[in-house]
Design a protein around this ligand. Structure first.
Ligand SMILES: [Zn+2]
Length: 98
C-alpha cells in the first residue's frame, strides 16, 4: 500500500514539474511576441531608440552674441543694444565698451 502511495506522489510531482515548465515556456513565448510587436511598431532599431533624424533636438541652437563690455557670449534674445553696440545686460550697456 505504501508503495502505491509513493508512486502516486511521484507521478503527481512529475506532473506538477512538467506543468510549471510549460507555463514558464508559454510566458517566455508571450514576452517574445510582445517584444517582436514593439519592434514592428518602432522600426529601425531596438525598442526605445528612435531612428536618426526622426526626432528634433529638444533644444534648438540660438544665435550667440558677444557682450561689447565683458566679452561674455549670451543668447541673441537677451541682447541689449545701445549706441550701436550689443551688451549682455542693461548694467553693461551703461558701462563703456572694452
Ligand atoms: Zn557684459
Amino acid at each position: 500500500m505504501s508503495r502505491i502511495l509513493f508512486w502516486v506522489g511521484l507521478i503527481c510531482l512529475i506532473v506538477f514539474a512538467i506543468r510549471s515548465k510549460i507555463r514558464s515556456a508559454q510566458k517566455r513565448a508571450e514576452q517574445q511576441m510582445r517584444d517582436a510587436q514593439q519592434r514592428q511598431q518602432a522600426p529601425g532599431g531596438p525598442a526605445g531608440y528612435a531612428p536618426r533624424g526622426a526626432q528634433k533636438p529638444a533644444i534648438e541652437a540660438e544665435t550667440m552674441l558677444e557682450c561689447a563690455h565683458c566679452g561674455v557670449f549670451f543668447p541673441a534674445g537677451e541682447a541689449v543694444r545701445f549706441d550701436g553696440a550689443i551688451y549682455c545686460s542693461k548694467a553693461h550697456a551703461a558701462l563703456p565698451p572694452n
